[in-house]
Design a protein around this ligand. Structure first.
Ligand code: CTP
Length: 397
């Protein structure tokens, strides 16, 4: 189930080209089980018709301050009364200026003033308008007022220019909103993680690697962000998008992963090793591709460092979490890893049904015993793991 299921979102659409992307955002919100009420400014209506938003949201769209659909003519107060959040996407330079100054000259700006729910804005404008000191001043003032600002992104703009000001993609805005609405038990905590496989080259085109999609680690990074943590993710090669709010450091080999982890671990309160690290690497890496003609190559291997064990044995080690993917005897192997590496938590799973899927069934092992979690999507399992970790941290680990 999505974090936004059952939430009521009021979406404000102001007049920018990116209004067409707001249609996709409504679709994502509805798919996630949220209720969506769309409010459009006069200029917003020039870009996309209210009919589009009505069809996608399943609710009639609000465009006028004077609307007698509410008997008391108080739609500006009533619309946000039941809302969990008011999100304006796209938010033009003009609406940001109005909101920063508390103006209320149409339904959307009046709703903002009259709301008692959080406000998020996703700015969308030409790079010059975004860079203008007046806009920057307005955005700073909104931030100081507690408004969450999503984006903007940099890249190609509708006007043909390239720069900062483009509205964040709908999926990014969706993720930011989902994260925003979650409780923040890990606010102020720093989490360092590894995920994905490592790749140990043999020659320029071949290497040794492990099977790992990175999905579990990435889902966990997302859940940590949603719980309020600052997350650094040292990732082996995977084909996954970086979760919203995560600082990602890409590496290839176990040695590089080890180095990146050691560089950042000093700041971490929690370390989670999810990566499937190759235990061995070739001693020599051939500079040129090894040809099949000729002698059979002999590949001599040497051991890679154990990143998790090295972190756990640091003098001021963070709270350490390991993963144990086993094909049998999960209980004894997972407990063995908990003790041998001196970890606070091990997430164990049996790899009976292959790897790379979207669901997982895990058992959590800590000093108090074992705690099975039900089979669920990797996102839900990640939320379960973070919930357990929050409890352990609260009890002193
Ligand atoms: N790990 C690590 N560095 C390594 C190897 C593993 O950080 N060089 C971490 C993994 O990210 C995971 C845990 O250690 O959190 C896995 O424990 P480990 O006992 O090393 O698992 P395997 O390498 O699978 O060991 P074995 O083959 O003995 O089961």
């Amino acid at each position: 189930m999505s974090e936004l299921a059952g939430k009521t979102i009021v979406l404000g659409v102001s007049g920018g080209v990116a209004a067409y992307k707001a249609a996709e955002l409504v679709r994502l919100l509805i798919k996630a089980g949220a209720r969506v009420h769309v409010v459009m400014t006069e200029n917003g209506v020039r870009f996309v018709t209210p009919t589009t938003f009505q069809a996608l949201s399943g609710n009639s769209v609000w465009t006028e301050a004077w609307d007698d659909r509410r008997a008391n003519n108080m739609s500006h107060i009533e619309l946000t009364r039941a809302a969990d959040a008011l999100l304006i996407a796209p938010a033009t330079a003009n609406i940001l200026a109005k909101l920063a100054n508390g103006l209320a000259d149409d339904l959307l700006s009046t709703l903002v003033l009259a709301r008692d729910c959080p406000l998020l804005v996703a700015p969308a404008m030409n790079k010059q308008m975004w860079g203008n000191p007046a806009t920057q001043r307005n955005v700073e003032r909104l931030r100081a007022d507690g408004v969450a600002v999503i984006g903007p992104a940099a890249g190609e703009q509708a006007c043909g220019e390239v720069g900062e000001g483009r509205m964040s993609e709908p999926v990014e805005i969706f993720e930011a909103l989902a994260a925003f609405l979650q409780p923040k038990p890990l606010a102020g905590r720093r989490v360092l993680m590894t995920a994905g496989p490592t790749y140990e080259p043999i020659d320029p085109v071949r290497g040794i690697t492990n099977i790992s999609s990175g999905k579990m680690g990435y889902a966990l990074a997302r859940a940590f962000v949603q719980a309020g943590a600052r997350v650094q993710l040292v990732s082996g090669p995977v084909s996954l998008p970086t979760p919203y709010g995560v600082e990602r450091i890409d590496v290839q080999t176990a040695a590089q992963m080890h180095q990146a982890v050691m560089q950042h671990v000093g700041e971490a309160d929690v370390f989670v090793g999810v990566a499937a690290v190759a235990d061995y690497r070739p001693v020599d890496v051939a500079a040129d591709k090894i040809k099949k003609a000729g002698e059979l190559p002999a590949i001599r291997l040497e051991r890679n460092p154990d990143i998790l064990a090295d972190v756990a044995s640091l003098p001021a080690a963070p709270f350490c979490v390991g993963f144990a993917a086993e094909s049998r005897d999960l209980d004894s192997y997972a407990r063995g890893k908990l003790e041998a590496k001196r970890l606070q938590l091990v997430v164990g799973n049996l790899v009976q049904d292959g790897m790379g899927g979207d669901t997982n069934q895990v058992v959590l092992y800590d000093a108090w015993g074992s705690h099975p979690l039900p089979r669920a999507s990797k996102r839900e399992v990640a939320v379960g793991i973070v919930g357990h970790l929050v409890q352990l941290l609260a009890t002193g680990g």
